[in-house]
Design a binder for this molecule. Sequence first.
Ligand SMILES: [Zn+2]
Length: 428
Amino acid sequence: MEVELLELLKDLETLKRSLPDSSLHASIDKMRLRVDYVTNLANAAPARRSKVKDMSAEVVDTNPYSRLMALQRMGIVENYERIREFSVAIVGIGGVGSVAAEMLTRCGIGRLLLYDYDKVELANMNRLFFRPEQVGMTKTDAAVQTLSDINPDVVLESYTLNITTVQGFDTFMSSLKNKTFRPSKEGSGVDLVLSCVDNYEARMAVNQACNELNQIWMESGVSEDAVSGHIQLLVPGETACFACAPPLVVASGVDERTLKREGVCAASLPTTMGVVAGLLVQNTLKLLLQFGNVSPYLGYNSLKDYFPTMEMKPNPQCSNAACLERQKEYMLTKPVRDAAAKAKLEAAASVALEGPLHADNEWNISVVDDSDPDSIDGATSDALPEGLKRELPTADEFQNTPPAAVPTTTTVDDLEELRKQLEALNAE
Ligand SMILES: [Zn+2]
């Protein structure tokens, strides 16, 4: 850019000399001053940070990963650096997908595959991530531009295509299968697919691809009135797929495309989309780095600050043939899985009997047996000074409250029941 600006200055000088009318010289001088100003701006642009070879836990201001690696020292994550091995595909780089991509980029994910066919518009500026100067760029290219500046360590792949077309779906499938990033990886080339699309057809395309590839994925959505949303984990064969439990629009026989009338558009809020993206990426980190509970379904009703959870089993009469195949495989491997789970439980129980691993306790961490609610008492390290009491119960106490008082988790076998629950959620 600097070279081009210098040439522009030379051209202006030549132009000035060739003009016989000196009254025009003043305006040419003004233009030269403006070029000087732009040159200074270009020179002052911050340099991009260089790539980091290993994630370090060193606590210095220049380390982009010190706060993330601290999760390991705090005992939340066993091996944070593993995040660099993972590939995540994000389908739909809109209000949820773009924010999810930024979060994963800042967390240092290994590789991100981004899919969208749309361009950035001024109408997107009520949401996070995209900037007005990116209007007209494809969403995937604009995202790569921003994300590669934020974290050059992440391998970014931009796919400007529509996965609901035959050709788009083929490219989508082959890109998911590509294993050049981690040739030794089992299964497909990605660890997780995140669906952040806004329509039924695209969700069905993601569902089809993931059922065929036996690929774990997460679905996300925000309601058309912008005040509620959800995330859902889909494990082919083990949980309901997107076709197992048809959403309301299909169940009631309404074609979704007729709902999008000319000049009428869905509402959207950066807040709800930010919350849903946050829930989605939190669930992603928990799944990939193996900490906490991974939610099978988590709803968000912002008007009531209500977060329902539920589990959905696959439908043995699902219309998707690949889903039925995955269900069969899952049932066949069940005895092996049950035996492994039992062995793991027994191993954990014997470790617990052996007593504490470390004699010193630098972080003052206390381990509480969650099978015994009485052990949560004032003796733990987070005891409050005399005269103060907690307004909110701790998460463990909350889980120990009788189920009647906390109607949060439901297992749904019956589709009719599920439909009623979704209707109730939307009506609230
Ligand atoms: Zn299914």
